[in-house]
Design a binder for this molecule. Sequence first.
Ligand code: NAD
Ligand code: UD1
Length: 332
Amino acid sequence: MRVLVTGGAGFVGSHTVVSLIEAGHEPVVVDNFINSDRSVLGRIGKLTGNVPELHEADIRDKDAMTDIARTGFDACMHFAALKAVGESVEKPMLYYDNNVSGTISLVEALLEADVNSFVFSSSCTVYGEPETLPLDESMPIGTATNPYGWTKIMMEQVLRDVQLANPDWSVSLLRYFNPVGAHPSGLLGEDPVGTPNNLMPYVARVAAGILPKLQVFGDDYPTADGTGIRDYIHVVDLAEGHLAALARHAGDAGVHTYNLGTGQGHSVLELVRAYEEVSSRPVAYEITGRRPGDVAASWADVTMATEHLGWMTTRDLHEMCADSWNWQQKAR
Ligand code: NAD
Ligand code: UD1
């Protein structure tokens, strides 16, 4: 299949492009490199022997997107978005414009070009504060605590309405839990600019001696060791989930919503210990206050993805930390 991949140079997108190529598909990347580097395309080429076609464009540019879409696609995977929660609080209009308006322009271009298979990067953030765990797809969408989260809730709704008006569309809403890790080759991974906001990239820099210590945001949650619990998922498992969703689209119009996680939660301190083990380095930390907006615990019920997609994760926390550490150590 020829697949339009928006945000294909980013963390999750680049790993999915590799999986697409490895499965014999033809991914075509659209990215404006606002949060990624052009060198990713070359590294994908090195890994797969195939440098994907690239269109440097902004998904909000509807004319450009229409021209690209008209070159003919079987499907679109839509990763392009801004994702920094704190920045979204400071610059909400930037987030609504980039993420929501961008998705609208993209969908309009796809409608004009008659591309009706669409895989969307959603997030477990749409559930808001969990009332019961694990989280399953039938639970009502919650209240987001920040504009980034609201953009995901809004984009899901836009896509449900588009599908309703265009019954031949197949849409998968993939609600990621916490993507971490890196490609085992060490050629692709997550390299946040400045101080990382998310746990694993922060821990990686502490282990590498780049940052002095981790602040653990609260040890008074109602969890076994008092620290927050999340469902960390290896980015390669996540990439494979996209291919499973795409395969399921054939002859299966409608909106399909899937949690993509492992179904298991790990605490902050469990992750710290696993990282210390794989890196053989100490990860210094101090307990600080809770981070506003954080939930105590979140993990997925993955029954839907297992049963409907025949997909499940195979990489455990140890492997997530090992691949992250391998990536961290490679000079870029
Ligand atoms: P990322 O920032 O690494 O990748 C996003 C890519 O989209 C980048 O290459 C960026 O340059 C590009 N982009 C952004 N706005 C664009 C625009 N207007 N036009 C063209 N390109 C644009 O992020 P990621 O971690 O790979 O996330 C991919 C998707 O998954 C996003 O939609 C994100 O919200 C979602 N998601 C990510 C996580 C996570 O923790 N990584 C969790 C849940 C959902
Ligand atoms: C992040 C995003 C959320 C997204 C989700 C899924 C933020 C604020 N939220 O949330 O929008 O949907 O990923 O990928 O970025 N922690 C520390 N110290 C740190 C960093 C984190 O103790 O320096 C703790 C947090 O309190 C939490 C856990 O580590 O318990 C994971 O945090 P993080 O990696 O930021 O992910 P989420 O909070 O789940």
